[in-house]
Design a protein around this ligand. Structure first.
Ligand code: SAM
Length: 284
C-alpha cells in the first residue's frame, strides 16, 4: 500500500472518514514522505530505540518512525483521529497511540516503564503551530532524557530557535533553546508539502540535547529573567534595559564592569556565555 504521507492516500483517508482538518488544533497533514524520511534520518534513531511523537494526525510521520524504531509512543489530542490511526497504522505493532494533550501528559512512567526495554529515546513531531513553543520548552526545560528532538515547525520560529548572535532573529527564544541543545535547521518545507496548505513556510529543525548546559549559572531563573529584560526593548542599549528592569544604576554599572561587557552594546550581540557572566555578576 502507498505511504500515508502522499497526496492520494491522504485524500483517500480524509474522504473515507469525512475528516475536516481542525485549524484550532493546527491540523496540517504532511503529504511528502521523502521529507519525512529526511526528518527521521536526522533524529539518529535506530531499531533499538524508542521515540515519542507529538500529534500523529492520521499517521504520516508515525509510519516513518515505526519503520525505523523499536517503539513509538504518540500523543494525539483529537479523539476523531483515534479510529483513523487504528486503521492506517494497523500493520505496525510497535505503535502505541495515547489520546492525551501532550502538555498535560505524565511522562515519568513512560520513561520508567514503557521505554525500559529500549536503548535511547528520541522525540519528533510535526507540531501544531498554536503550541509549538510550549511543546518544545516542555522537552527542553523538564530535561526529559531524550537524545534529539526533531520537529517540523513554522520557519520563522525555526529561524529564531537556531539564530546566532548579531542577527535579527536572535533573541530570548534562541538563547533558551541553545542553553539546552545544539540547534540545526535541516530543511525548508514549502506549504505544498501539507494538506491543507498552511499560509506560512515551515522548517525541519533538530535539537541535539546537551549533556552539559551551554553555560553554568548560579541561578537559572534569574539568568532567564536577565535575558528577557535585556531584550525588552531591542533598540535600547543593554545598560538602559537593565537599568529599567532593576532600577539600580550602580548595581548595573558594577556588574557590567565585573563581567567586562560594554553597556552600550545591544542584547542581540551577547553570546549565551556573556549572558551567563552578566547574570551571575548582577546576582552576587
Ligand atoms: N503528524 C501529522 C502529520 O505530519 O501529518 C499531523 C501533524 S498536525 C500539524 C498536528 C497534530 O497535533 C494534529 O493531529 C493535532 O490534532 C495534534 N495536536 C494538537 N495539539 C495537541 C496537543 N496539545 N497534544 C497532542 N496532540 C496535539
Amino acid at each position: 500500500m502507498k505511504e500515508i504521507a502522499t497526496p492520494t492516500r491522504t485524500k483517500e483517508i480524509v474522504e473515507r472518514y469525512n475528516l475536516k482538518a481542525k485549524k484550532s488544533l493546527g491540523q496540517n497533514f504532511m503529504v511528502d514522505a521523502q521529507l519525512l524520511g529526511k526528518m527521521v534520518d536526522h533524529t539518529g534513531l535506530t531499531e533499538r530505540d524508542g521515540v515519542i511523537e507529538v500529534g500523529p494526525g492520521i499517521g504520516a510521520l508515525t509510519e516513518q518512525l515505526a519503520k525505523r524504531a523499536k517503539k513509538v509512543i504518540a500523543y494525539e489530542i483529537d479523539q476523531r483521529l483515534l479510529p483513523v490511526l487504528d486503521d492506517t497504522l494497523s500493520s505496525y505493532d510497535n505503535v502505541d497511540i495515547r489520546h492525551e494533550d501532550f502538555l498535560k501528559s505524565d511522562l515519568t512512567q513512560v520513561f520508567k516503564k514503557d521505554f525500559s526495554d529500549v536503548d535511547n529515546v528520541y522525540a519528533a513531531g510535526n507540531l501544531p503551530y498554536y503550541v509549538t513553543t510550549p511543546i518544545l520548552m516542555r522537552f527542553l526545560e523538564e530535561r526529559l532524557p531524550i537524545e534529539t528532538l526533531t520537529v517540523l515547525i513554522q520557519k520563522e520560529v525555526g529561524d529564531r530557535l537556531a539564530a546566532k548572535p548579531s542577527t535579527k532573529a536572535y533573541g530570548s527564544l534562541s538563547i533558551a533553546a541553545q542553553y539546552y541543545a545544539e540547534t540545526e535547521v535541516i530543511s525548508a518545507v514549502p506549504p505544498q508539502a501539507f494538506m491543507p496548505r498552511p499560509n506560512v513556510d515551515s522548517s525541519i529543525i533538530t535539537f541535539r540535547i546537551r549533556k552539559e548546559k551551554a553555560v553554568q549559572v548560579n541561578d537559572e531563573a534569574f539568568f532567564f529573567k536577565c535575558i528577557r529584560a535585556s531584550f525588552a526593548q531591542r533598540r535600547k542599549t543593554l545598560r538602559n534595559n537593565l537599568n529599567h528592569w532593576l532600577g539600580d544604576k550602580e548595581r548595573v554599572t558594577e556588574a557590567l564592569g565585573r563581567s567586562e561587557i560594554d553597556g552600550a552594546r545591544r542584547a542581540e550581540t551577547l553570546s549565551i556565555q556573556e549572558f551567563g557572566k552578566l547574570a551571575d555578576a548582577l546576582n552576587s
